[in-house]
Every structure is written in C-alpha cells, then in structure tokens.
Design a protein around this ligand. Structure first.
Ligand code: NAP
Length: 295
C-alpha cells in the first residue's frame, strides 16, 4: 500500500512521510525534480498513478512568504498555479485510474476566513471570498473536488501557521529571537492560528488511515493565541526577552500589504470537526509546542 504525496518533499511533507513510513506505509512523492521514491509531474501526466496507490495527498505550493520574491502579478500567478494546477493534476490522475485509491487528502489554508478580532471560525463557518488568498483557498479546494461517482473519500485540511524546527515561519524568526531581538509583530493583538508540524502530519495521517473521516478538517491547535502570546511563549522557551516589536509598516515594506496581512491580521480558528473525529493533539498548547521547537 503506498501513498502518493504531491509536494511532499518540503517541511510538512517530510514530517508526513516519516510518520506514514513509521505507520507501515510506503511513500512516493510527486516533485518537479526526479529522484528515488519520486515521480515527476510529467511522469504523473504520462503514466497516471503508480501501481498499488491507496491514497493521494496534495500539498505542493510555492512559499507565499518567500521574502526573496516580490509580491507582484507574476509571483501571484506562480503561487496560484503551484497549488491549483498540481491539485488538478492529482485529481485528474485519480479520475483516470482504473484502480482508484481509497482517499484523497488535499491541503488548504485558514486564510479561507476573513481576519477578525472577535469572530470564531470552525470548519462549518462560511468564507472563501474575501481577498486574493481567501479566493485562492476556494479555488484550491475546488480543484481537489472529485465527482461522487469516483467513490474516493475526500478530505480538505485547512491549515494554520505551521510551527516546527525545520521550516516555515520559525526558520525565519529563530535567529532574531535567539539574539534576544524578537517581539510581537504589529499590534500583537491579532489572532495567530498556529499548529505544530507533528500535528499537521498527524491530522493528514489520521485522515488517510481512518475510514470514517470525510470533509473539511481544520489543522490548528485547539488553544488559539494572539501573536503577542505566541512571541512571548517562543522567546520564553529560549529564555530570551520579547521586547522588540516589529512595526506593521516594516512587514508591509518587506512583504507588500496584501501578504503582510497574513502576519499582521489573523483569524481565531478552532478544530471542531478534527476533535469530534477523535484526533488527539500532541501539542495542544503554545508553551509545549515552543518548548519542543527550541529544545
Ligand atoms: N508552512 C506553513 O505554515 C503552511 C501553512 C498553511 C498551508 N501551508 C501549505 O502547505 C503546503 C506545504 O507547506 P510546506 O511548509 O511544507 O512548504 P514547502 O516546504 O515550501 O514545500 C512545498 C513543496 O511544494 C513544492 N513546490 C514549491 N514550489 C512549487 C512550484 N512553484 N510548483 C510546484 N511545486 C512547488 C516543492 O516540492 P518539489 O521541490 O519537490 O517540487 C516543495 O517541497 C504548501 O502548499 C503550503 O501553502 C503551509
């Protein structure tokens, strides 16, 4: 039994692959480059799904917060096609497969919901039509939709900011915090919908391996915090102060206002369905997550 992961070579995919292998499954990646235990997107288009493929995961995507890329129309189009075209290619391969996999799990993001200081969002809340990123998640989720006649279990995982030692946001902020130069970003009062990378991998694996799981799952920790609670917990885990705020205008200058929003504004998102299905978080609170990351 093997699981095919589009975009599985990155931060989250690496953690998921390790977990699936530990659970006794074989993992094959779909990548832009060839290699062992990998096929390329061209191979997928030409040859379809590999034999004995029992599950498919879609998580390819150009890093939105890449500080080396200017937020312009070309980059936005890359951000979009790296998610939509790859997800469509996987969905197409599933539709064409003679022996269908049992499950298709696709990545999405909590940017689906409009940032708000008061509202609480669950998987059942409406959204997906607010700004570029929110509409991108709608399109991403639509690209993963298979006709019911395929008879493949489908799950969409709306993921918050992924925290872990080996990638994502922590990689960018580790050094300034380690040097004692970290602090809240913007007002610090904005919600920070976070999750530890072990739990994102855990939720994907749970969705793959539990036949009763269906539909949208929020991959966010059950104890939401604000940006300032996160930064003081992270600095505290390092025994450092968190007294140097990063003003909002600096984030806007670095990332552009449209994506600076990802950090300067936030949503309070709860993993209602994820918990109802019985998933047990390894890192439910920010202090335990930050301690694991810096230890
Ligand atoms: N990290 C977070 O905080 C977070 C939060 C919410 C959602 N997500 C989403 O979760 C997914 C995985 O995140 P991650 O942190 O693991 O990302 P990552 O480390 O950047 O890995 C993403 C993978 O996507 C593939 N990829 C990158 N750019 C691509 C492009 N232009 N065209 C096709 N494929 C491309 C790459 O695989 P190859 O080089 O092998 O082709 C890469 O390994 C992404 O779609 C991301 O948007 C991440």
């Amino acid at each position: 039994m093997s699981i095919l992961i589009g975009g599985g070579s990155g931060f989250v995919g690496g953690e998921l692959s390790k977990l699936l292998v530990k659970n006794g499954l074989k993992v094959i990646l779909v990548s832009r480059s060839a290699g062992s235990n990998k096929i390329t997107w061209k191979d997928l288009e030409k040859n379809g799904l590999p034999k004995d493929c029992s599950g498919v995961v879609s998580m390819a995507g150009e890093n939105i917060l890449n500080p080396f890329k200017r937020w312009n129309e070309d980059f936005k189009s890359e951000v979009r096609s790296s998610r939509i075209d790859t997800t469509k290619a996987l969905a197409q391969a599933i539709m064409e497969a003679e022996n269908k996999p049992k499950v298709f799990v696709s990545m999405s993001g909590v940017a689906y919901h409009k940032p708000d200081d008061i509202k609480e969002y669950t998987e059942e809340s409406s959204g997906g039509d607010y700004d570029f990123l929110s509409r991108l998640t709608t399109e991403w989720e639509a690209a993963a939709k298979l006709p019911n006649s395929c008879n493949v279990r489908q799950i969409v995982v709306r993921t918050g900011v992924v925290l872990g030692r080996n990638g994502g946001m922590i990689k960018q902020i580790y050094l300034p915090f380690y040097m004692g130069a970290g602090g809240k970003i913007g007002s610090g009062l904005q919600w920070f919908p976070w999750i530890h990378v072990s739990d994102v991998a855990g939720i994907f694996a749970y969705a793959i391996q539990n036949e009763n799981v269906n539909g949208v799952l929020n991959a966010v920790a059950p104890n939401p915090v604000t940006n300032s609670q996160f930064t003081s917990s992270f600095a505290g885990a390092m025994w450092r102060p968190s007294i140097f705020p990063t003003p909002g205008f600096m984030m806007n200058a670095l990332f552009g206002a449209e994506r600076g929003k990802v950090i300067l504004e936030g949503q309070k998102v709860l993993p209602k369905r994820t918990l109802e299905y019985g998933y047990k978080f390894k890192y439910p609170d920010i202090d335990s997550a930050c301690k694991e990351i810096v230890c």
